[in-house]
Design a protein around this ligand. Structure first.
Ligand SMILES: Cc1cc2nc3c(=O)[nH]c(=O)nc-3n(C[C@H](O)[C@H](O)[C@H](O)COP(=O)(O)O)c2cc1C
Length: 335
């Protein structure tokens, strides 16, 4: 492939071939079809939906469909599901396959939210390798038996808390169950999103997995320089931007340029803000102006980062109710 180098290169997840290894992570409240559409245009090689409840899918709750919608022009994407009951997750995977036929189904074994953990899902799975094994193997089996050759991947944390680091056991269980890739976010459930991600665990995981399947990194990936350092220090096959992509869907192209040529390129604010307005327009079409504007408030706070009058702008952003309100706030930046 053209444009390959030591760090930026193609990667295969099961039968799926991706041109590059810079991904958008699953991020609830952000990585919907509108934002994924912009990230794809901004150079993301692959993107994950927000987590979707396996229980809700099986129950037939209407809202799940919205979370799984493929973005315009999104030829490849992953749907992430969460659940603690192996049979329910397997059934949910079949429903996902039937409804949207994604290129990958990812299993959330990292969410730290108490309501989710209580059901045995999210990071409860990282500390319960036997259950994780059942979730992954039953999901794989159900898809295979239904003739759906969709790779199944797993996203884990480093463990429950600093005295219970179970990522090794979780990774082992995932491998044995036939997972097609593992993403590690090397923070514990107790850390949430605070503190430093311990990349040394990623390097250990790469050794443990020994090239059998790809390993992806999540955690403290905020800039092209972070990506290069992460590749250098860990040897992972790909990285995910999560908070680092908020307000800048062009971070993927910026990173690719940096990895391929060493060039430091920052997307100008007017381009970023226009992308935010486009994101808003997509959401308005899908959900109507009231809901779209409410959902875009926090996202526009991210888009405003680094602007000259960012803190004043934020006060207006959090009370904006219409498209016109946002257009007025950002009038200097949009044509
Ligand atoms: C607001 C928010 C929502 C998130 N939602 C999900 C999710 O739905 N599924 C998931 O696996 N991880 C989720 N994550 C975790 C991210 O995918 C990522 O692993 C984490 O933010 C660490 O990366 P970072 O330090 O580069 O932001 C979420 C994180 C944040 C901040």
């Amino acid at each position: 492939m053209e444009n390959e180098n030591q760090f930026y290169h193609s990667v295969a997840i099961g039968n799926l071939k991706l041109d590059g290894n810079l991904f958008l992570a699953p991020v609830a409240g952000y990585s919907d079809c509108a934002f994924r559409h912009l990230c794809k245009r901004g150079g993301a090689n692959f993107s994950y939906t927000e987590m979707v409840s396996a229980e809700a899918l099986v129950r037939g709750s209407g809202k799940t469909q919205e979370l799984m919608v493929r973005a315009p022009d999104e030829d490849k994407y992953a749907v992430q599901i969460f659940g603690g009951e192996p049979q329910t997750v397997a059934k949910a995977a079949l429903i996902v396959a039937e409804r949207v036929n994604p290129e990958v189904i990812d299993i959330n074994a990292g969410c730290p939210v108490p309501k989710i953990i209580k059901t045995g899902a999210g990071s409860a799975l990282t500390r319960d390798p036997e259950r994780l094994f059942e979730v992954v193997s039953q999901t794989k089996k159900a898809l295979t038996e239904a003739g759906r050759d969709i790779p199944v991947t797993v996203k884990i944390r480093s463990g429950w808390d600093s005295s219970s680091l179970t990522w090794k056991e979780a990774a082992d269980a995932s491998l044995k169950a036939g997972a097609d890739a593992i993403t590690l976010h090397p923070r514990t459930r107790a850390q949430g999103y605070e503190g430093k991600a311990d990349w040394s665990l990623l390097a250990e995981l790469v050794k443990l997995v020994c090239g059998k399947i790809p390993v992806f990194a999540s955690g403290d990936i905020f800039s092209p320089e972070n990506v290069k350092a992460c590749f250098e220090q860990t040897g992972v096959d790909g990285v995910m931007f999560a908070r680092g992509a908020m307000g800048n869907p062009f971070i993927f192209d910026e990173t690719k340029r940096f990895l391929l040529s060493g060039e430091h390129y920052s997307t100008p604010p007017n381009i970023r803000i226009s992308a935010g307005m486009e994101e808003l327009d997509i959401l308005i079409k899908l959900k109507g102006e009231v809901t779209a504007c409410r959902e875009m408030r926090k996202r526009f706070c991210a888009y405003s980062k680094g602007l000259e009058k960012a803190s004043q702008m934020r006060a207006s952003i959090v009370s904006a109710n219409t498209r016109a309100d946002f257009a007025a706030i950002f009038s200097e930046y949009i044509s």
